[in-house]
Ligand binder design. Structure first.
Ligand SMILES: *Cc1c(COP(=O)(O)O)cnc(C)c1O
Length: 375
């Protein structure tokens, strides 16, 4: 259904692949894994992952086993699916059945996976995550000490990676990055010969540091700024709403729930087709903006569930009509701009994109073999 929707969401898979290649150049010889959790940050895990696969990506990270189960049938068997949150108690057999690789974040998760390997009489692939200072997921220093004196707890587990996660990678100048890298590299010696993974997008796009063997890129693939400006990534997402109705109001009139905006001059108001149920932040009430034919139009009053109002007094009449497109994300306003206005991050803008949009995927150009890699 392409008509009568909340708006048009275009996802440029060519830009996605260009971003993948830019990150790959930056981190070579490390390889780039696609982080496709949360339905590839709201953009569609299947089209995103299959496009990345065609571009050469073979490693894919999701957060939950259910996401791996959804994606697994769509990827060729030489793709590896990793589950970041690891094994919730009782999910070991399902994880093995799907062939997903759990990130083992605790001794309990290691024990559960090793026990299943014994039961099945075969080795099971796993990744060890260590906590190098973020205190979110991963083995603590105490856990690592325990493991040092009882290495048999890892018996039956084929370690594909040892990984950690950076807390401050969105600011390459933050000294905590160096501290975490140093801590991690010291710990990784405990697992000789096992490939290493440290960086998210921010870490991957930081110059002058080692990137280990695999980086885990999410937001930069999807066009978000890995850190600050200028943003080297290509935009992947464009979002247009539609003008539903136009009206003229007198000076002193109010608009929207609570009449939180009052017009100080006779004004034209456009009610447009996107509201907070479509993931457009209610926080943008009286502060965000949109663009009509390149003219900035402020959001006036509160964002409603299915619509919001724009002050279009300064827009030429010729482009104002019901059905006309309104740029919410596009050349004049990036996902990072929208996030900054809403007091959040681009990740939240993308992952909340609603399901009432007509989605269009612009295909990536057909992949040609990279001769510089084949030589
Ligand atoms: C989400 C996530 C990533 C991807 O982070 P980006 O900043 O989007 O690149 C990488 N690693 C882990 C452990 C994550 O949870």
């Amino acid at each position: 259904m392409q008509h009568g929707t909340a708006g048009r969401l275009r996802i440029d898979l060519g830009a996605l692949v260009a971003n993948y290649r830019l990150i790959a150049q930056q981190v070579a010889p490390a390889s780039v894994a696609g982080v496709v959790k949360a339905d590839a940050y709201g953009l569609g895990a299947v089209p995103v992952s299959t496009s990345l696969y065609a571009a050469g990506c073979r490693h894919f990270f999701v957060a939950h086993l259910c996401e791996a189960a959804t994606l697994q049938p769509h990827l060729p068997s030489d793709a590896t699916l990793y589950v970041l949150n690891g094994l919730y108690p009782g999910t070991e057999a399902d994880c093995a059945a799907i062939g997903a690789v759990p990130i083992l974040n605790s001794l309990e998760q290691i024990d559960g996976w090793a026990a299943l390997a014994r039961t099945l009489h075969r080795a099971l692939p796993g990744v060890i995550q260590v906590d190098s200072g973020m205190a979110r997921l991963g083995l603590t220093a105490d856990d690592l000490a325990t493991l040092r004196v009882s290495p048999e707890r890892l018996a039956g587990i084929d370690l594909l990676l040892v990984m950690t996660h950076l807390a401050c990678a969105d600011d390459p100048d933050d000294g905590f990055n160096v501290q975490q890298r140093t801590t991690f590299n010291a710990i990784a010696h405990q697992f000789p010969g096992v490939p290493r993974s440290i960086d998210n997008s921010g870490g991957a796009m930081t110059a002058g540091v080692g990137h280990g063997d695999i980086v885990r890129a999410g937001i930069a693939l999807y066009g978000g700024a890995p850190h600050g400006q200028p943003n080297p990534m290509q935009p992947v997402v464009a979002l247009d709403a539609t003008i539903v109705q136009l009206r003229t109001v007198d000076a002193g009139a109010g608009v929207g729930y609570g009449l939180t905006h009052r017009f100080d001059r006779p004004s034209r108001v456009a009610t447009v087709s996107v509201g907070y149920a479509d993931g457009w932040p209610r926080h943008l009430s009286n502060r965000g903006s949109a663009y009509i034919a390149g003219v900035r139009v402020p959001i006036v009053g509160r964002v409603s569930m299915d619509s919001m109002a724009l002050d279009v007094t300064d827009v030429p009449d010729a482009v104002l009509r019901a059905g006309a497109p309104v740029e919410l994300i596009g050349p004049h306003q990036t996902i990072d701009d929208v996030a900054a206005q809403a007091g959040t991050i681009s990740y939240e803008i993308l992952t909340r994109l609603g399901h009432r949009y007509a989605r269009t995927y612009l295909p990536a150009p057909v992949a040609t073999p990279d001769r510089s890699i084949m030589a």
